[in-house]
Design a protein around this ligand. Structure first.
Ligand SMILES: *[C@@H]1O[C@H](CO)[C@@H](O)[C@H](O)[C@H]1NC(C)=O
Ligand SMILES: *[C@@H]1O[C@H](CO)[C@@H](O)[C@H](O)[C@H]1NC(C)=O
Ligand SMILES: *[C@@H]1O[C@H](CO)[C@@H](O)[C@H](O)[C@H]1NC(C)=O
Ligand SMILES: *[C@@H]1O[C@H](CO)[C@@H](O)[C@H](O)[C@H]1NC(C)=O
Ligand SMILES: *[C@@H]1O[C@H](CO)[C@@H](O)[C@H](O)[C@H]1NC(C)=O
Ligand SMILES: *[C@@H]1O[C@H](CO)[C@@H](O)[C@H](O)[C@H]1NC(C)=O
Length: 404
């Protein structure tokens, strides 16, 4: 019996199962939420359970077989002893019948009785030693079966630790998703949980240039009304598939777990897309009215001009304003109300991408200045589309993210 070999084999199988490759994961659909971690572990657990059951069945049958062999031996032995005893008894009885004279002597008879009882004692002692051996064997096998449970318990513990680990490993932003699940499709809706968030939530991710961008605002055709109050802007609104504002609270949580880059894409009605990028972007918390922290405009790669932090009307440090929470710099005016939107208004803005959607590029003068504005690109012009996205800046990214 090679019990040690079996245990080693079992552990080896468990190791194989542990390192089960994740290559059979399903491909990622563009707009399906991605929950690949759980099924993979459930499948792994199922395989482990299968291996455990097979090994236990095998060992139990082995135990049965061994016990059978020993019992058979014991029965053979018992049978041989029985026939011996039977022969002795026969000898005794024939002696009784035929040799009465010797009985008078008594010696032969006593001798016979002595031999008989000696045989019986030896028989009894051999039987009990055999029983002891069987008991010992049973104990050994039970110990072995218990041992067999141990690696499984160990693996179970590992799995539960891994699960905790995976829970902590819920991506904290789209860049995390890119790093965890690469290769990915160009964009989609994914679940993230920033370190500062108590709950996970869905975001739209754009994967580009070896990084993952978390989209915080999208305008495309005016299907969603952006003239909303403080709570809507705080919690977010719209549809991640079309137009939306992710929500100031979520943006605050995202941008306070590392340094974030802000990338604004605006598409005019009559021209191709323009870009403005800032190396530092963050929102303070609600007590600070989601104050905008923005700096390091990247003039080398930006084509739309700086309409957020230019000295002309610098929104850096500006509080967020909605029509029902006026934090702009004008005591005589409510910018959010006047311009039908919500933004980090100053007095009032250089940019305003949450304005009412206008289906033309035409300049809309003064108080009627609705629309999506980025003044450094075109004063009094409303944009056709806008996408505002953010990305965590990694210390290693100079060699990694800029590779492509
Ligand atoms: C001994 O005697 C008894 C009765 O007389 C008889 O039944 C038995 O078969 C005899 N045994 C032998 C071995 O001859
Ligand atoms: C009894 O038998 C033994 C041999 O078995 C013999 O030596 C002895 O003399 C006998 N005694 C009697 C009293 O017959
Ligand atoms: C008991 O076992 C011993 C050792 O296995 C053997 O020598 C002896 O003959 C056995 N006794 C009987 C009555 O079978
Ligand atoms: C019974 O098993 C123990 C180990 O569990 C072993 O040390 C001992 O020698 C065994 N005894 C017999 C009689 O097999
Ligand atoms: C990705 O790289 C291309 C080519 O360098 C560049 O034009 C584009 O703006 C980059 N995109 C982002 C989001 O940085
Ligand atoms: C805007 O675009 C989305 C997606 O293409 C579409 O479902 C929606 O109907 C459009 N809305 C308007 C007002 O054009």
């Amino acid at each position: 019996m090679h019990t040690i070999d079996l245990v080693i084999l079992f552990c080896f199988i468990l190791t194989l199962v542990e390192s089960f490759p994740s290559s059979t994961e399903p491909p990622y659909s563009v707009f399906g939420r991605q929950n690949k971690v759980r099924p993979r572990f459930r499948r792994r657990e199922l395989v482990q359970e299968e291996v455990r059951k097979t090994m236990l069945t095998y060992m139990t049958s082995l135990k049965g077989e061994i016990t059978d062999v020993v019992l058979e031996e014991m029965i053979d032995y018992y049978n041989s002893q029985t026939s011996k005893l039977y022969r002795l008894e026969k000898e005794l009885s024939s002696l009784k019948n035929s040799s009465l004279p010797t009985l008078q002597n008594g010696t032969t008879m006593n001798d016979l009785i002595m031999r008989l009882s000696k045989q019986q004692r030896s028989f009894a002692s051999n039987i009990s030693s055999m029983e002891y051996k069987i008991k010992n064997l049973t104990n050994i096998l039970n110990d072995l079966l218990n041992e067999l449970q141990k690696p499984v318990q160990h693996v179970r513990r590992l799995i539960s630790i891994k699960k905790d680990f995976d829970d902590n490993e819920i991506p904290i932003d789209c860049d995390d998703i890119f790093r965890q699940q690469s290769p990915v499709v160009s964009q989609g809706i994914y679940r993230i949980k920033p370190r500062l968030s108590s709950e996970s939530f869905d975001v739209q991710c754009i994967f580009e240039n070896n990084t993952g961008w978390t989209v915080i605002q999208r305008r495309m055709n005016g299907t969603i009304d952006f003239y909303r109050g403080w709570d809507d802007y705080k919690n977010g609104f719209g549809d991640l598939r079309t137009e939306f504002w992710l929500g100031n609270e979520k943006i605050h949580q995202l941008t306070n777990q590392g340094q974030y880059i802000l990338h604004v894409d605006i598409t005019p009605w009559d021209s191709s897309m323009r870009t403005a990028e800032y190396e530092k972007f963050a929102l303070d918390n609600e007590n600070e009215n989601y104050k905008l922290q923005i700096s390091q405009y990247q003039s080398a790669i930006s084509t739309a001009g700086d309409s957020l932090s230019s000295p002309w009307d610098n929104a850096n440090g500006a509080s967020f304003s909605t029509f029902d929470r006026d934090h702009d710099n004008l005591f005589y005016d409510n910018c959010a109300l006047t311009y039908h939107g919500a933004w980090w208004f100053t007095s009032c803005f250089q940019s305003h991408l949450n304005g009412a959607y206008v289906r033309s590029p035409l300049a809309l003068q003064n108080t009627a200045r609705n629309g999506l504005h980025w003044n450094t690109y075109a004063l009094y012009h409303s944009m056709k589309e806008s996408t505002i996205r953010i990305r965590r800046k990694h210390t290693s990214e100079t060699s990694e993210a800029l590779a492509i």
